[in-house]
Design a protein around this ligand. Sequence first.
Ligand SMILES: [Fe+2]
Length: 276
Amino acid sequence: MSRQFIVAQISDLHIKAGGKLSYKRVDTLRALQHAVTRLNSLCPRPDVVVITGDLVDFGRAEEYATLRQALQPLQMPFYLIAGNHDERQALRAAFPEHGYLHQQDRFLQWFIDDYPLRLIGLDSTVPGQPHGELCPQRLAWLENTLAAAPTKPTLVMLHHPPFISGIGHMDVQRLFNSEQLATVIRRHPQVERVLCGHLHRSIQQRFAGTLVCCCPGTSHQVALDIDPQAPSRFVMEPPAYLLHWWTEEQALITHTGMLDEYEGPYPFFDAHGLID
Ligand SMILES: [Fe+2]
């Protein structure tokens, strides 16, 4: 087998402090603890985990302390992206050993060059607002960062999806200037994927010569209402993660894996062939 590299992606953890349920209903902490156990048990084990934003629910220091504790048992390096529910300084303060979060002064934008796949994290957050934007400064940083390694396969990650999903109440808080992001990405064919969260669903779109993959949430999911008037509501559909499996021959394959346990696996075949 050729060289391989596996990135597990989870998203939208929405951790609260003090045992509080999110929206008085969802035990997001328990869901994350379960997700961590699950990711640790995967075989082969992912090389790294990326978490595409909404790490906590209200950006509070005590929520980040709870998050930190819940992520502690993770047996592989993990990398953090800010979402609209996050607060940059509180996030940084809770993870002082995550030096990459300080690559830029103002924004949590970073790149990691340690692996066969280059990882680039973008900060699409606008403080106090649910939608996303990438200002000229952040886009210029992306342009320069991509230009610095034009032949290395790369994942670009941000919280806000750069497309219209059809789910009205989420579309009003998408990445507003997705065309400007597309202009940069289009110039850099080494971008294997753009990974995002925010929509709490598995969604794909062709984007700027590459593919955007949106990751489901670790606890609650956004209801699948393809309607511009869709009310803002969530459903307890199965939490899931994305497993991005990279090899030199095939580049990147993306699987969706469930975080809950289900019956099986059972064999298709026995000593007589396909089981009848
Ligand atoms: Fe979220």
